[in-house]
Design a protein around this ligand. Structure first.
Ligand SMILES: CC1=C(CCC(=O)O)c2cc3nc(cc4[nH]c(cc5[nH]c(cc1n2)c(C)c5CCC(=O)O)c(CCC(=O)O)c4C)C(CCC(=O)O)=C3C
Ligand SMILES: [Fe+2]
Length: 429
């Protein structure tokens, strides 16, 4: 376990508060479906006609290199403010929020671990590719900090690469977790003059991988280990009534959530973004052998003005409700994140674990995928799907949402607040 808080046992409960999270609460143990999808199993992507079109499985391409696209983070105190300006330009984030976030980074010497994680991931991908005898170089570029996407494209140009397959370090569908990467690819090509002409570079992007078995496997192991650790350390703990698993992901504005994924599939409250998280969480619970343990989907790291609705409940509000529901222990799963970056270190390990302690709950936070071998191998498999044009029925996906689209549909994950920006790796509007 990465972070633990097994100390307190008897803080006051909060008996009066109703549970605002009912809509996100996990399914209670039910009969296993007739064809349970074990991790690694293939769920044919036949849940919607749109999944059968050419946008779902792109033509095979002999790519020259992988573009590992990261978020980027500061690596010293002087980087913090310029980094935050890069992230928030034109976003209407209140100054107090920026100061608060700057403080999170300052607390760690102005260094986010995210760039180091991406260096490690790049090395792990290179090792995995080499072990399979694949000669595909990996270029790394970030959206918000050095090395930037522009730098990676300059490297590609120098090496004469013209066909890149992007792997963004972001698993789900939404503006911030998918489309913004695609827009920034388009920007980077425009900036570097590599969007057209004789040196033109093509950038495609692997499908959103929230339900790829390689991404899900580390969470399954983490939940299984986390529950076992709590059972071993809290006397007489009844897992079916006294433990709750909180799947945490980044909150996003409700308007972004509603626009996430292809509109015609009708994902309900929270759009594809919330639906994908709920679907993965359910599989994780089942595959961790924990279908008897209650769970819910919660959100963290909200920003933006208070007047703007964002996805709820906040993880801290959810934790406060747990004692009244009879819980004595909580497993926190950073389901929305691929590495232990600042949102995990501060908002979960610092704040959420503290909230749990204040409410007398034993708590563990499970690891993110990081460089877990299953995750690294899964990312290489996702690239190979595109090299080979693997048919949809042969693509692994552990939820009934099926393997996601290779090419995004017009309007998918649009940002209605910021307006239209051109994006790559999608069907032109
Ligand atoms: C869905 C999502 C992910 C997960 C998908 C993915 O991983 O891409 C994610 C990841 C991350 N977010 C990060 C950092 C920040 N995000 C911010 C702001 C925002 N995030 C949003 C959403 C997401 N964010 C949104 C809707 C905003 C509001 C502004 C806007 O509409 O764009 C701000 C501004 C200050 C603040 O408001 O907190 C910062 C500093 C870091 C780096 C951490 C590090 O440095 O270690 C990472 C990995
Ligand atoms: Fe963010």
């Amino acid at each position: 376990m990465v972070a633990v808080n097994l100390g307190a046992t008897d803080a006051p409960g909060d008996p009066g508060a109703a549970n605002s999270a009912a809509a996100n609460r996990g399914h209670k143990p039910g009969p296993a479906s007739s064809a349970p999808c074990a991790v690694g199993a293939i769920v044919p992507g036949a849940t919607h006609a749109a999944q059968q079109g050419p946008e779902h499985v792109a033509e095979p391409v002999a790519y020259d290199a992988i573009l590992l696209a990261g978020f980027g983070g500061p690596e010293g105190q002087d980087d913090v403010i310029p980094f935050l300006r890069n992230v928030t330009s034109g976003r209407g984030i209140p100054d107090e929020r920026l100061e608060e976030v700057a403080h999170h980074y300052r607390h760690f010497g102005g260094v986010s671990p995210i760039n180091e994680h991406n260096r490690e991931l790049k090395a792990a991908l290179e090792a995995e590719l080499a072990s399979r005898g694949l000669e595909l170089p990996v270029l790394w570029g970030n959206r918000n900090w050095d090395p930037y996407l522009n730098d990676a494209l300059a490297e590609a140009k120098k090496a004469g690469y013209t066909k890149l397959i992007a792997v963004a370090t972001s698993a789900y569908s939404s503006y911030s977790s998918c489309r913004q990467y695609r827009e920034d690819f388009a920007d980077a090509l425009a900036d570097t003059g590599l969007g057209d002409g004789p040196d033109a570079i093509q950038i495609d992007k692997v499908r959103q991988f929230f339900d790829h078995p390689g991404f899900v496997q580390p969470f399954i192991e983490g939940v299984r280990d986390g529950i076992a650790q709590l059972e071993a350390s809290v006397d007489g703990l009844d897992r079916a009534t006294q433990v709750e698993v909180l799947f945490a992901t980044h909150s996003i504005p409700s308007t972004d959530a509603a626009k996430s994924g292809p509109a015609e599939r009708g994902f309900g409250e929270g759009g594809a973004y919330a639906a994908q998280h709920r679907a993965v969480a359910e599989v994780v619970m089942r595959e961790a052998g924990a279908a008897d343990v209650p769970w819910q989907l919660v959100y963290q790291s909200r920003s933006g003005p208070p007047s703007m609705p964002w996805l709820e409940p906040d993880i801290n509000d959810a934790i406060e409700q747990l004692p009244a529901a009879g819980r004595r222990a909580v497993v926190i799963v950073p389901l929305g994140f691929v590495s232990d970056h600042m949102e995990v270190l501060w908002d979960l390990d610092n704040e959420a674990l503290e909230t749990a302690g204040e409410h007398g709950l034993a708590a563990v936070r499970v690891p993110t995928p990081g460089t877990h071998p299953a995750y690294v191998a899964g990312l290489v498999d996702l690239v190979l799907e595109r090299v080979n044009g693997t048919p949809v029925a042969e693509r692994p996906a552990v939820t009934e949402l099926g393997p996601w689209y290779d090419v995004c549909r017009p309007g998918c994950c649009e940002n209605v607040r910021l307006g239209f920006r051109p994006a790559l790796a999608g069907i032109a509007p």
